[in-house]
Design a protein around this ligand. Structure first.
Ligand SMILES: Nc1ncnc2c1ncn2[C@@H]1O[C@H](COP(=O)(O)OP(=O)(O)OP(=O)(O)O)[C@@H](O)[C@H]1O
Ligand SMILES: [Mg+2]
Length: 273
């Protein structure tokens, strides 16, 4: 490779999906949910997936997380298969619904994956790391509270702390703030951005919120359905660090207007199918 072409080549993909198809059998018939989906996220990238309900965002995230084998195509995370990446604890996952254990307090919930994963740490070390993660998400004061004693936003922060505890390189998040009110949601976005800037994780986030996608991501992948494909990978030209003021930037207005147009197309597509 010449010096010129090597300087021009894009950053190597940390997450790579090529030609991914997913078929489900429904009532004896093949239902193609994802068709020829390709995606590339560089190390330290922040990509959001947005698209109409039922278009296959969660399905794609499950494929990236090694929870669902694709019917066709290839996927790699950090150079290995998603299943291997999970085995090597390189992937952390946060779901929309809180998956915290209700009978354990916040600290024990954060420690849980470290205990299960047998990370070769003593009880004291695990306790210390869990405390550190709770501090990172601003919840050290709530360590002894059980999930029912926490607000929805606090529960999601505990879930993020739990996902970060094993120090994964990749964070996959499926509508993590979907159940929160608008202001808490914005606060959580700013908080996630801070964590991302501090830790340099590679993040893929599924969201229904145009503002959230534009505010957080370097790139937003817009999906349409029947069967789902990515209709546009849009770069958000808004400089980091982003903060409350970013919502007023002209780049933000341009990006959200374009996303809104693309999503309407996606919806028309879904309705026509
Ligand atoms: N295990 C399954 N078996 C059969 N069909 C499935 C299965 N899982 C998902 N589907 C179908 O695949 C399609 C995509 O589902 P998916 O959950 O990925 O959508 P989504 O984009 O995440 O939607 P939402 O925004 O509502 O969360 C839907 O039509 C759904 O019914
Ligand atoms: Mg979903």
């Amino acid at each position: 490779m010449s010096a010129l072409s090597s300087t021009l080549s894009p950053a190597p993909a940390h997450i790579l999906a090529r030609g991914v198809c997913v078929d489900f059998m429904v009532a004896g018939r093949v239902n193609r949910v994802l068709h020829d989906v390709s995606l590339s996220v560089p190390k330290g990238g922040f990509v959001s997936l947005i698209g109409p309900s039922g278009c296959g965002k969660s399905t794609l995230l499950k494929v990236l997380a090694g929870l669902l084998p694709p019917s066709a195509g290839e996927v790699s995370v950090a150079g290995v298969t998603p299943i291997e990446a999970v085995r090597q604890r390189r992937i952390g996952i946060v779901f929309q619904e809180s998956t915290l254990l209700p009978w354990k307090n916040a600290l024990a919930n954060v420690a849980m994956l470290m205990e299960v994963a047998h990370v070769g740490r003593s009880k004291d070390e695990i306790h210390q790391r869990a405390t550190e993660m709770l501090r990172l998400v601003g919840l050290e004061h709530a360590a002894q509270k059980r999930p029912a004693q926490l607000s929805g936003g606090m529960r999601q922060r505990v879930s993020i702390a739990r996902a970060l505890a094993l120090d994964p390189e990749v964070l996959l998040m499926d509508e993590p703030f979907g159940a929160l009110d608008a202001i808490t949601r914005e606060e959580m976005s700013e908080f996630l951005l801070e964590i991302w800037e501090r830790t340099g994780k590679t993040i893929v986030l599924v969201t229904h919120s145009i503002d959230e996608a534009a505010f957080l991501s370097r790139e937003v992948h817009v999906m349409a359905s029947n069967p789902a494909s990515i209709i546009e990978a849009m770069t958000i030209d808004l400089p980091y660090p982003r903060n409350e003021g970013s919502y007023a930037a002209p780049e933000f207005a341009r990006a959200t207007a374009r996303l809104r147009r693309l999503l309407k197309e996606g919806h028309r597509h879904a309705a026509a199918a």
